[in-house]
Design a protein around this ligand. Structure first.
Ligand code: C2O
Ligand code: CU
Ligand code: CU
Length: 477
């Protein structure tokens, strides 16, 4: 194991692991929800999206009178919202102005060529620029995102502020335009009393960093005003390092219309949704009765090791003020959204076992996060696949925690979950790039990579990815 794959748990020090409740800084709540700034397209002709993203240190104010040093894309965190259309060519110049640190931009979930995907093996050194160029194929409309993927630095660069949403719009969108299209990027924040973001502790490394606040577009419990009868299209992003968000509306009806890779075939009503780190969901929410409506978290047991388990339920993320005056009732979403063809029978199957190991050594307890018994090695190819061939992947979670599984370069279809010998099927067919694999569960999915090259697959708890729970898939032509 190299230094990234194991950690020495004998040393304590730094931020106290359980201090978050008392030491927490109060953040203002109830401000008007801000729209994310839109990344301007400098191309000046249809069919091309051209822009520049600079990653750099910035200072922001989450709490009254406290300056917080962060990392930002073009000065904002979350980064600017990128909106492009299916069929567009994208050319984004990335300027890495993070002092002394390599970075990359990874286009999470997007079907970009392997050498444009910001892999850890393609670092952009501090002070340098690179252009990422790719086409957005027809049918690729969906809720993607972008974040760094530099070797050994992903978790820290993301919690310091580097993450943004990338929405690929359909040329013909079946969802009524009057719903609007609101992107809600959920991030996690821990602030020390002096306004700084404390470094990860041992507990953070084991469980993934879970902070004191969940923010929506950088704000704590912001407010959104709608009229009675309004229906809103909401894209929810779990851009936290490690927080599992079980979400429900109190006072509004919720219908799922899309997942990571775009629309479902048909809308599905839901009372609650579990969004694990890295996942996105597209909803329509109908506000039929006046008064405040809240979007809040429910308890979810995702497995926890050691002290400092944060409360996960009961956090209000967003408050919607529904006015008395009816703005006119809006139509329900169409019964059919878009066809989703089931992937064909797989050519072959493979099995990936996720595990945690603890071993005593001379200096104390060492913990590793492994796939098929191995910690990540960027120079090693773990599995070989073939472009255009459908595979069955069986993801076995033998660990004591849930691990959200993610693979680069494509979207997959989950076909079944197995737990204690019992098989269940997901409630709908969907395109996904990230899915939670609960502890003790075996999940089966169908996956096809269309483009050759090396792709990463990993746990999207970013501290686990960093500590070795990642592998390399080489897709051959
Ligand atoms: Cu969103 Cu490999 O990550
Ligand atoms: Cu990714
Ligand atoms: Cu994990």
């Amino acid at each position: 194991m190299d230094d990234m794959s194991g950690m020495d748990m004998s040393g304590h020090g730094g931020h106290d692991m359980g201090a978050m409740a008392d030491g927490a800084v109060t953040l203002p709540e109830g401000e008007v929800l801000r729209d994310l700034p839109l990344l301007a397209n400098a191309a000046g002709r249809p069919g091309l999206f051209k822009a520049r993203l600079t990653a750099e240190a910035a200072v922001t104010r989450f709490a009254e009178g406290l300056d917080t040093p962060i990392l930002a894309y073009n000065g904002t965190s979350p980064g600017p919202l990128i909106e492009a259309f299916e069929g567009d060519r994208v050319e984004i110049t990335f300027a890495n102005r993070i002092e002394g640190e390599a970075s990359t931009i990874h286009w999470h979930g997007m079907p970009v060529p392997a050498d444009q995907d910001g892999n850890p093996m393609d670092p952009v050194e501090a002070g340098t620029d690179r252009v990422y160029a790719f086409e957005l194929p027809e049918g690729s409309a969906g809720s993607y995102w972008y974040h760094p993927h530099a070797h050994g630095a992903t978790a820290e660069q993301v919690y310091r502020g580097l993450a943004g949403a990338f929405v690929v719009k359909a040329k013909a969108d079946p969802v009524p335009a009057e719903y609007g299209d609101t992107v809600l990027v959920l991030t996690d924040l821990r602030l020390a009393a002096d306004g700084s973001m404390p470094a990860n502790t041992m507990t953070d490394l084991m469980n993934g960093r879970v902070g004191d606040h969940v923010l929506v577009n950088g704000q704590k419990n912001p407010r959104l005003a709608v009229t009675k009868g309004a229906v809103r299209r909401l894209r929810l992003y779990n851009a936290t390092n490690a927080r599992f968000l079980k979400l429900a509306f109190d006072g509004a009806a919720m219908t799922v219309i899309g997942t990571d890779g775009g629309l479902l075939a048909a809308p599905v009503a839901a009372d609650e949704i579990l969004l694990s780190p890295g996942e996105r969901i597209e909803l329509v929410a109908s506000f039929s009765r006046p008064g405040p409506v809240t979007l809040a978290t429910l308890d979810y047991d995702r497995g926890w090791m050691g002290p400092g388990r944060p409360a996960d339920g009961g956090l209000t993320l967003l408050t919607v003020d529904v006015s008395e005056d009816a703005g006119g009732a809006m139509p329900p979403p169409p019964a059919r959204l878009r066809p989703i063809a089931p992937l064909p029978a797989p050519a072959f199957s493979r099995r990936l076992v996720f595990s945690e190991t603890m071993a005593m050594n001379a200096t104390g307890m060492e913990m590793g996060f492994l796939i098929n018994g191995k910690a990540f090695d960027m120079a090693r190819v773990d599995i070989v696949g073939k472009a255009g061939e459908t595979e069955l992947w069986e993801i076995v979670n033998q660990a004591d925690m849930d691990h959200p599984f993610h693979v680069h370069g494509t979207q997959f279809q989950v076909i079944e979950h197995e737990r204690d010998g019992k098989i269940s099927r997901p409630p709908y067919l969907a395109w996904k790039d990230t899915v939670n694999v609960a502890r003790g569960e075996t999940l089966r999915l169908l996956l096809r990579q269309e483009q050759p090259g090396r792709r990463m697959y990993h746990c999207h708890i970013l501290e686990h990815e960093q500590l070795g729970m990642m592998g390399v898939l080489d897709v051959t032509a």
